[in-house]
Design a protein around this ligand. Structure first.
Ligand code: 26Q
Length: 801
């Protein structure tokens, strides 16, 4: 690799021949991708080694970020950008008549995550490296990432994802650093004079082999590591059929679990969690002990962060190693453990809180279970001291109760910090969901509002807007995203507005072209691109969006004079394979699209598009092209949201409830630059408490509602009349748990205001620019600085640029 275009070209051609065994003329795009990828990785490796050496020699505190998901997406172009060689490479390739965009298409997304939580972990890695912070990701090398979604006849079909099929140029296998992870077996208690020790015997051993991926900081020489563990058979002979053992072992890292709260309690998922945790903690101890003698001081050199409760077994695992291997007393081990660990909560939906039945847990992880029992007993004793006689409170707070292990309780008790991911979410945790724990440990609770990396969601995905911003306010915002605020000085500049409008239009054209290719639907570039892309979940209320479109359809059919600003409604969403209701909503969107897009008159003003297989790389085409961002969750249910920030950074205006980070977006940009509607979180929580909501009343009293709800089951759609009965039932029979009908009128109103606002083109563009200007606050660099200063207590490591 080199920073000179001509020598890059020469090297590229030589490498292509030696790696692929063919000349340039015969080479395929994939050969070219593979060659370039390998050149880039080699270029990274010097800095990677130096970073690791520096971390060893400086011996400063480091953080390990444990996460069951890392939703990285593609890495080639982001790495080129962060290394500062994208332009040279792009130009060099162009002279060879190769388009960088084309060869990027050969890279599979690393889709090792479901959605928000996994993508947040990926943004955090990018920020850690860019801020020169010693922070490592620890995760699982799933052979198959999140399923590929195909739509067949309007229904979602899942296909196994195959990102490793053509190899992975970014990973380095480190078989010498493999660790053994123990499952099953039993624990022998050995009592000697004044000492008790424990022996885990008859266990089944699994080998955890690390694959390291470099995490390249932007414009710095720091290259951090994401270590992904792969499960392989250990060399010992198990006491059973070797083929079954091999298959069971490899199954641990075969699949990413699709976020599926309806499918919990699967033993394989528990195995995955312990596999990640045990290999990572063993690894952390091994590298700590290379440089430090005293394990009692671990917390001075190491912070371990758990991304939700999925890696919460890190607490008993660290206790196990400190006591059983390092010989610390319970009290000593507990002090080190709690000082080392911190925890982020990402959800308040009670069905997503992890609970493991003892009958599954205890046989699989006998020593870990013993330790959790002891943590629970000591914790309950402490509660008894504090609240003597308050059995109810103790039962509610216990880590083990009613034959279940409650992972959130374990995580809270075993950590020094517990944070939510947006202000309102952290307040709800303190005042409701985790109130009793907050009363017990008030100082542990804090907020860290989420952020996104502008290096992917602006610089990489929207180079056109990036150039315009550089020309307008200079390029300081590239390393200091808060400098985007400078744009506010220019929002009345007519030339800037025109240029921004051109950029938006060009990105809408690119997306429209892809939609035409993939969906065969021609869309109007001048229409409002109104987008809802996120996982499909009842609480996110894609249904509210759908019912509003049905309402517009009805109005257009009934009244030839009904005017609306033309709109294209774009959806992208994966549903968990066993989430019946969510899959029905996908089918419903397709039925609606058929109805709307095939109506000669209606389709002149509105269109409905469902983009298949929503994922990071598709998102990079969608956010830059959006005019309107749909963030319409039932207030109080969306912990933060991060898509809202990506839209904002690309100049889309938000239609949203006062939920999650939408509230902070509004605080930043002002009420006049966002379209809010619907119940507040407090109003939702009041309804939930007093039970006074009756969805039927809204159905009976609002004709608009009655019409669209009836249309779900009266043959309006071409499908069988029973097809959407479950959806109609959720609204009427089950009393509309997510307040869709309650917020419907308010949503219609706000959408009318959106339409009118869009007609005032000049004001709309100013609002867009204000959104972009304030998006710097939502950079994950800000978030990560707060974690580093307030939770992990880590500092940047002095690197030369
Ligand atoms: C739990 C038990 C069993 C199987 C799966 C799961 C599971 C897996 C993934 C439960 C939840 C998840 C993912 C949660 C998630 O993505 N939450 C989102 O996190 C974002 C980052 O903080 C927030 O912005 C979103 O508001 C939140 O929904």
């Amino acid at each position: 690799m080199s920073s000179n275009k001509d020598s890059f070209k020469n090297n590229f051609l030589k490498r292509l021949e030696s790696m692929c065994g063919k000349g340039f003329e015969e080479s395929t795009k994939r050969d070219q991708y593979y060659t370039l990828g390998n050149m880039v990785r080699e270029y990274i490796s010097r800095k990677w080694i130096e970073t690791n050496e520096l971390y060893r020699s400086e011996n400063k505190k480091q953080v390990y970020y444990l996460s069951i998901e890392f939703l990285l997406g593609r890495l080639l172009v982001q790495n080129l950008l962060n290394l500062g060689i994208k332009d040279v490479v792009e130009e060099g390739l162009k002279e060879l008549h190769i388009s960088l965009n084309d060869i990027e298409e050969c890279e599979s997304d690393a889709a090792l995550g479901n959605g928000g939580l996994g993508r947040l972990a990926a943004c955090f890695l990018d920020s850690l490296a860019t801020l020169n912070l010693p922070g490592h990701g620890c995760g699982i090398r799933y052979k198959h990432g999140l399923f590929d979604q195909k739509i067949v006849d309007g229904y979602q079909v899942e296909l196994p994802e195959q990102w490793l099929r053509h190899g992975n140029v970014w990973e380095v296998r480190k078989s010498d650093e493999a660790k053994e992870v123990l499952f099953w077996g039993r624990v022998e208690t050995i009592v000697e004079e004044n000492h008790v020790s424990f022996n885990h015997v008859g266990a089944e051993k699994v080998l955890a082999v690390p694959y390291d991926m470099p995490v390249v900081g932007f414009n710095v020489s720091t290259v951090n590591t994401l270590r992904l563990w792969n499960a392989e058979p250990a060399s010992f002979a198990p006491n059973r059929d070797i083929l079954t053992y091999k298959r069971d072992t490899e199954a641990i890292t075969d699949f990413l679990y699709p976020d599926d709260t309806y499918d919990e309690g699967k033993i394989l998922r528990l195995k995955q969690q312990y596999f990640l945790v045990s290999s990572s903690i063993q690894n952390i101890m091994a590298s700590y002990k290379k440089e430090n003698a005293n394990v009692r001081e671990l917390h001075k050199s190491v912070a371990i962060h758990i991304n939700d409760t999925h890696p919460a077994l890190a607490i008993p695992e660290l206790m196990r190693i400190l006591m059983d291997i390092e010989g610390l007393s319970w009290e000593e081990a507990w002090e080190v453990t709690t000082k080392t660990l911190s925890y982020t909560n990402h959800t308040i939906l009670s069905e997503a809180l992890e609970k493991w039945p003892i009958y599954l847990f205890k046989p699989l992880l006998p020593r870990i279970f013993m330790i959790i029992e002891e943590i629970n007993e000591r914790f309950c004793a402490e509660l008894w001291e504090k609240y003597p006689g308050d059995w109810y409170r103790i039962e509610q707070m216990a880590i083990i109760a009613h034959d279940l292990v409650k992972m959130a309780h374990l995580a809270i008790v075993g950590s020094n910090s517990i944070n939510g991911v947006a202000k309102i979410h952290s307040e709800i945790l303190k005042n409701r969901e985790m109130k009793t724990f907050y009363e017990m440990y008030p100082t542990k609770f804090n907020n860290k509002t989420n952020g996104i990396t502008h290096r992917r969601w602006l610089l990489k995905s929207n180079p056109e807007l990036t150039t315009l911003l550089k020309n307008t306010i200079g390029d300081e915002f590239v390393s200091k995203p808060e400098m985007l605020l400078d744009l506010k000085k220019h929002i009345h500049n007519p030339s800037l507005k025109e240029q921004f409008s051109d950029v938006k239009r060009s990105r809408k054209e690119i997306l429209a072209k892809k939609i035409e290719e993939k969906n065969g639907i021609k869309i109007d570039i001048d229409s409002i691109f109104d987008v809802q892309v996120k996982r499909l979940h009842a609480y996110k209320r894609q249904l509210l969006n759908v019912l509003h479109i049905m309402y517009l359809y009805n109005r257009l059919k009934e009244d030839a004079n009904f005017f609306i600003q033309p709109r294209t409604f774009i959806f992208g969403a994966k549903a968990s394979p066993t989430y019946y209701y969510a899959k029905k909503i996908i089918k419903l969107i397709h039925s609606l699209a058929d109805k709307v897009n095939n109506d000669p008159r209606v389709s002149k003003v509105i269109k409905v598009v469902f983009m298949e297989n929503y994922r990071v790389s598709l998102a990079e085409d969608i956010f830059p092209a959006a005019d309107v961002s749909e963030q319409i969750s039932t207030a109080s249910k969306e912990a933060s949201g991060t898509g809202n920030m990506k839209f904002m950074m690309n100049g889309a205006l938000t239609v949203g409830t006062l939920d999650g980070a939408n509230i902070e977006i509004m605080e930043e940009i002002g009420q006049e630059n966002i379209f809010t509607f619907g119940l507040t979180a407090q109003e939702v929580l009041n309804y939930e408490e007093n039970g006074r909501y009756r969805s039927m009343e809204y159905y009976h009293h609002d004709l608009r509602i009655r019409q669209v709800v009836d249309q779900l089951t009266n043959g309006f759609f071409a499908e069988d009349e029973g097809e959407y009965e479950a959806i109609a039932d959720s609204l009427l029979v089950q009393n509309d748990q997510y307040f869709v009908l309650r917020d419907f009128a308010s949503y219609i109103d706000v959408q009318e205001r959106v339409g009118s606002a869009y007609q005032e083109n000049d004001r709309w563009l100013e609002k867009s620019l204000i959104n972009i200007a304030h998006s710097g606050y939502f950079s994950s660099d800000r978030t990560i600085k707060q974690y580093a200063d307030e939770i992990w207590k880590i500092e940047p490591i002095g690197m030369k640029v």
